[in-house]
Design a protein around this ligand. Structure first.
Ligand SMILES: [Zn+2]
Length: 448
């Protein structure tokens, strides 16, 4: 009894789903957290002999999982959730989303939109997100201030936006952000060219160079729609993956989001180059872009992560919903009930996102030495009773409000469903303030 080790936090759970090793459900296990990291995962009986926690929690009806990783988001777009729906893509963008962005976005609104998204993500069990947007210094500050973890994409495109005039300016801003932001354990960076159709050939050459120079992954929308493929064939006489491969860009650092339009030989190419793919099934469905061949990509050995995309095209940042949609859609599209089983959906939402962004030494599973990004889900609700297998419920039955407690780097940010640090009421009030200014861009259908 005298030689017990002291943990900052000791969690005794009904189930622990560590994700690595694969497909394991640990019953009556505990997780010891020390200095923000996982010190041990062990049977609760042993944990009580070996450890004492400064804080100890009995999670007797709960499953502990690694914090979910949303591998593709545009978090400030939470301000435009439900602004306009059910419209053809170009009408939706030209008449609603882009003019609203021009009218609203500045550093203050970006931070407020991100805070709203961070509330939603934390309360839904997401502890890390990979963002693709503007105002990178504001984004980094907001992430650090909220205690959330993120990879921030440095946006590049050949169109004017609220963030800049042209590619030259975007590159300059990206370099400034990389030089001026001090390294922080919760923040990592990537280059975020918008897409093959919104970035020039010359800029892609520079992106390749910068990725090597600053050791950054590249986070890009790829092969999302038939229009994108047709445009590339017209301009380059090649499909985007083909000319980007000739440029030498395809590698394990070139993270491709969407990948709806893929031929069998492109699936082989992506597997051979170890290109990670981020699947955003709900955004693909809502924008009617089709179905990514996820079963074939997984069978070819591709690392497939999951992302929600922005709140204007989803319309939530709920990774539990995304897992369920991914699992159901894969079965429907492949006409095989064995496609994308629940354990694989949880891997896509955790360790695969970490691998895609090169963060798997730090996060993505509950293993000794990794950062303590941990989520407790209370399965005692009638939504998820009885429990035969907690993994099944996490993918197929859960209501995201069953997320009870969330830790990022060992710090508890959600406690029994309440935020410990963030002032949700104040953040919602700010969102309402910006929404008043966005109101002229709302779809008017049905309003009298
Ligand atoms: Zn996107």
């Amino acid at each position: 009894m005298h030689n017990k080790q002291t943990a900052d936090t000791l969690l005794h759970a009904r189930w622990v789903l560590p994700v690595a090793p694969k497909n394991i459900v640990l019953e009556q296990h505990s997780v010891a957290i020390k200095a923000g990291r996982i010190a041990e995962v062990l049977p609760t009986e042993q944990a009580k002999q070996r450890w004492q926690g400064l804080t100890e929690l009995d999670l007797s009806e709960h499953a502990l999982i690694p914090g979910l990783i949303n591998a593709h988001a545009h978090t400030p777009m939470n301000l435009f959730r439900g602004l306009a729906d059910d419209l053809p893509l170009m009408e939706w963008l030209n008449q609603h989303i882009w003019p609203a962005e021009l009218a609203i976005y500045r550093p203050e609104s970006i931070a407020d939109g991100m805070r709203l998204a961070i509330l939603e993500m934390l309360a839904s069990g997401t502890t890390c997100f990979c963002d693709h947007f503007f105002f990178h210094d504001t984004a980094a500050q907001t992430v650090i201030e909220t205690g959330m973890r993120a990879n921030i994409g440095l946006w590049i495109g050949n169109v004017p936006t609220v963030w800049g005039k042209n590619e030259t300016e975007y590159f300059a801003k990206a370099e400034t952000s990389l030089q001026q932001n001090k390294p922080h354990p919760l923040v990592s960076w990537s280059l975020a060219p918008h897409s093959p159709y919104m970035v020039t050939y010359e800029a892609f050459q520079k992106i390749k160079q910068m990725s090597a120079e600053f050791n950054l992954p590249i986070h890009i929308h790829m092969h999302e729609s038939t229009a994108e493929i047709a445009g590339s064939l017209k301009k380059y006489n090649k499909r985007p993956l083909e000319w980007l491969d000739e440029l030498g860009l395809l590698s394990s650092r070139f993270i491709c989001v969407h990948m709806v339009q893929l031929t069998p030989s492109e699936i082989e190419l992506v597997a051979a180059r170890q290109v990670p793919v981020v699947h955003s099934p709900e955004s693909n469905l809502k924008l009617a872009n089709g179905f990514a061949p996820i079963t074939a990509l997984l069978a070819a050995g591709v690392t497939v992560a999951l992302g929600t995309d922005g709140a204007a095209s989803n319309n939530d940042l709920n990774m539990f919903g995304e897992m369920r949609t991914a699992a159901l859609l894969a079965k429907g599209v492949s006409q095989s009930a064995t496609a994308l089983p629940a354990p694989q959906a949880l891997e896509m939402a955790t360790i695969n996102g970490a691998k895609a962004f090169g963060l798997d030494k730090e996060i993505g599973s509950l293993e000794i030495g990794k950062a303590a990004d941990i989520v407790a889900v209370d399965l005692s609700s009638y939504f998820t009773q009885p429990v035969y297998n907690p993994l099944s419920h996490l993918v197929y039955a859960i209501n995201r409000q069953q997320v009870s407690d969330v830790w990022v780097a060992g710090k508890q940010l959600l406690k029994n469903g309440e935020f410990t640090e963030l002032d949700a009421a104040a953040i919602i009030a700010k969102a309402k303030h910006w929404a008043k200014q966005a109101l002229p861009f709302r779809s008017q259908a049905g309003f009298i």
